[in-house]
Design a protein around this ligand. Structure first.
Ligand SMILES: NC(=O)c1ccc[n+]([C@@H]2O[C@H](COP(=O)([O-])OP(=O)(O)OC[C@H]3O[C@@H](n4cnc5c(N)ncnc54)[C@H](O)[C@@H]3O)[C@@H](O)[C@H]2O)c1
Length: 439
C-alpha cells in the first residue's frame, strides 16, 4: 500500500489518535511531521520508544521511522506540510463541556498563510470550526483553511481501524483543503471513490462532520446503557440477557454489536463526548433528555457490583476483593474514566481491601489509584481474596484455570463484570458465579 509520491503532512498532538494517524499515513507513503508540546514524549519517540500500549503500533512506527519526523516545534510542521492534522486532547471540564484550550493553543500558534489548512481530528463541539474560522478572520489569517475530519478509530484495534475505515468523514468549505484531505485518504476509500479500501466517503459541511462524531459516540453509549438496563431488568425477572442480546441482535436493524452488558462504559471518548453533546445541546437551549438517562444509567451501573458483593459477603469492611483488569477495555493501557476507578474507590469507601492486576495498565493505574495493592498476575491477585471481580475482559482472564483460582482464594464469590467468563467452568470449580443480567 505504498504511494511514494504522496505529500508530506503534519500531525499536531502525538497521543493515541495523533501517533496512530501518523503511522497510518506513513504506511500510505506520506512523510509525517509529528509535533507535540510534551518534550519528554517527543524524545522517547525519537529514540523509537512508544509511549502508549496499542497493538502493532510499535512495529508500524519502527517500519516507517524514515518517514516519521518528531519535533516540539510547530514551525517544522509549517515548513514541510500544508495539511496540519490537529489531534490534541479535548478532555471534559468540570461543567461537562469539552476543554478546547489545547485546540485554541494550536490555532493561536498558526501564522497568517494562504498555503496551510488545519484539519481537525480532535473531537470538538459543533460550532468549533466556525469559531476557529472567525478567529482566523479576526487575526488577519483568513487565508488559513479549515477542515473537519473526525476520527473513529478504537483503542485496541486502532491501526486496523485507521487503515480499514468504515467511513471517512470530511467536512469542509469546498476548497483545495477539503479536496487535499480526500486525496490523502483516497487509497482507503471504496473503488467507487477511486480507492482500494472499504471506506465510504462522507463529504459534508463542517458542522455536520462535527456532529457525526458526537452523534456516533452518543448512539453507541446509548446502546450500552440500553442493554445494561435490559440486563438489570432481566436479573429481577428471570431472563438471561445473553440470550436476549442474541435474540435482538440478529435483527439487522439492531445488529449484534455493543449489546454486551457490563459495569458501564468508560474510556477517553464515550463519557466525555456524551457529556459534551449534552452540554452543547444545553448551551444551545435544548434539553437532551435521552443523554441524561444514558449518563445516569452508566454511573449507577459502575456501582452495581457493590450490591452484588454485599449480597454474598454482607458488610465489605475488612473483606479482600481482587479486581482482574483495570484498563477501560482490553488491549489498551488507557485508564481514562475506567470503571475500575469508580469501583475501587467505592470498595475502599466501604472498607474493603483491594488487590488488582492488569496485564498492561499498571503504571497508569498506580498513578491514578491510591490505597490498593498491585499483584504480579491473576492468580497472585486472587490469593486470599473473599471475592473476585472481573473488570476488564482481557483474553488471559477468559483462559484462567478456575480450579487454580478457587485454590488460591479464601472465599468463593466471582463477579463477572463483563459476562466474559464461562459460568459453568466457574461453578464447576466450586465457586459462586454472578454475571450481569444472567439469571
Ligand atoms: N483515544 C481515542 O480512542 C480517540 C478516538 C477518536 C477521537 N479521539 C479524539 O482525539 C483527540 C485526541 O485524543 P487522544 O486520545 O489521542 O489524546 P492524548 O491525550 O492521547 O494525546 C493528545 C496529545 O496532544 C498533545 N498536546 C496537547 N496540547 C498540544 C499543543 N498545543 N500542541 C501540540 N501537542 C499538544 C499532548 O501532549 C498529547 O500528547 C481528542 O479530541 C479525542 O476525543 C480520541
Amino acid at each position: 500500500m505504498s504511494h511514494p509520491s504522496r505529500e508530506p503532512i503534519a500531525v499536531i498532538g502525538t497521543g493515541y489518535v495523533g501517533l496512530v494517524s501518523a503511522a497510518g499515513f506513513a504506511e500510505l507513503g506520506n512523510d509525517v511531521w509529528c509535533i507535540d508540546i510534551d518534550a519528554g514524549k517527543i524524545e522517547r519517540l525519537k529514540r523509537g520508544e512508544i509511549p502508549i500500549y496499542e497493538p502493532d503500533l510499535a512495529e508500524l512506527v519502527a517500519k516507517h521511522q524514515g518517514r516519521l519526523h518528531f519535533s516540539t516545534d510547530v514551525a517544522d510542521a509549517l515548513e514541510h506540510a500544508r495539511l496540519l492534522f490537529v489531534a490534541v486532547g479535548t478532555p471534559p471540564t468540570y461543567s461537562g463541556d469539552a476543554d478546547l484550550s489545547a485546540v485554541h493553543a494550536v490555532v493561536a500558534a498558526m501564522p497568517p498563510s494562504d498555503r496551510h489548512a488545519l484539519v481537525m481530528k480532535s473531537t470538538v463541539p459543533v460550532g468549533t470550526g466556525a469559531a476557529i474560522k472567525r478567529t482566523f478572520r479576526e487575526q488577519g489569517k483568513e487565508g488559513f483553511r479549515y477542515v473537519s475530519c473526525p476520527e473513529f478509530l478504537k483503542e485496541g484495534s486502532a491501526i486496523g481501524d485507521f487503515l480499514q475505515p468504515d467511513r471517512v468523514v470530511v467536512g469542509d468549505d469546498g476548497d483545495w483543503a477539503g479536496d487535499a484531505v480526500v486525496d490523502l485518504y483516497r487509497p482507503l476509500l471504496t473503488p467507487a471513490n477511486g480507492g482500494e479500501g472499504p471506506g465510504e466517503l462522507v463529504r459534508t459541511d463542517i458542522p455536520s462532520a462535527e456532529m457525526v462524531k458526537l452523534a456516533a459516540n452518543a448512539f453507541l453509549a446509548t446502546k450500552i446503557s440500553f442493554i445494561n438496563e435490559i440486563a438489570n431488568v432481566s436479573e429481577v425477572t428471570g431472563a438471561n440477557v445473553t440470550e436476549v442480546a442474541r435474540g435482538i441482535g440478529l435483527d439487522d436493524r439492531i445488529g449484534p454489536k455493543f449489546l454486551q452488558p457490563g459495569i458501564g462504559f468508560g474510556g477517553s471518548c464515550f463519557p466525555k463526548d456524551v457529556s459534551a453533546l449534552k452540554q452543547l445541546a444545553g448551551n444551545s437551549g435544548y434539553h437532551f433528555q435521552l443523554l441524561n438517562a444514558v449518563i445516569e444509567v452508566n454511573e449507577l451501573q459502575k456501582r452495581r457490583v457493590i450490591g452484588k458483593l454485599q449480597k454474598h459477603l454482607g458488610s465489605l469492611v475488612g473483606k479482600r476483593v481482587a479486581l482482574l483488569g483495570l484498563a477501560f477495555k482490553p488491549n489498551t493501557d488507557d485508564m481514562r474514566e475506567a470503571s475500575s476507578l469508580v469501583l475501587s474507590a467505592r470498595l475502599q469507601a466501604d472498607g474493603a481491601q483491594v488487590r488488582a492486576y492488569d496485564p498492561v495498565a499498571e503504571d497508569e493505574a498506580r498513578r491514578l489509584m491510591k490505597g490498593i495493592e498491585f499483584a504480579d498476575g491473576a492468580i497472585d491477585a486472587v490469593r486470599g481474596a473473599d471475592a473476585v471481580v472481573l473488570v476488564t475482559e482481557w483474553e488471559e482472564f477468559k483462559q484462567l484455570d478456575f480450579d487454580e483460582v478457587a485454590g488460591a482464594m479464601a472465599g468463593r464469590v466471582v463477579i463477572d463484570g463483563r459476562n466474559a467468563l464461562e459460568p459453568a467452568a466457574v461453578k464447576a470449580a466450586g465457586l459462586i458465579y454472578e454475571g450481569i443480567g444472567r439469571a
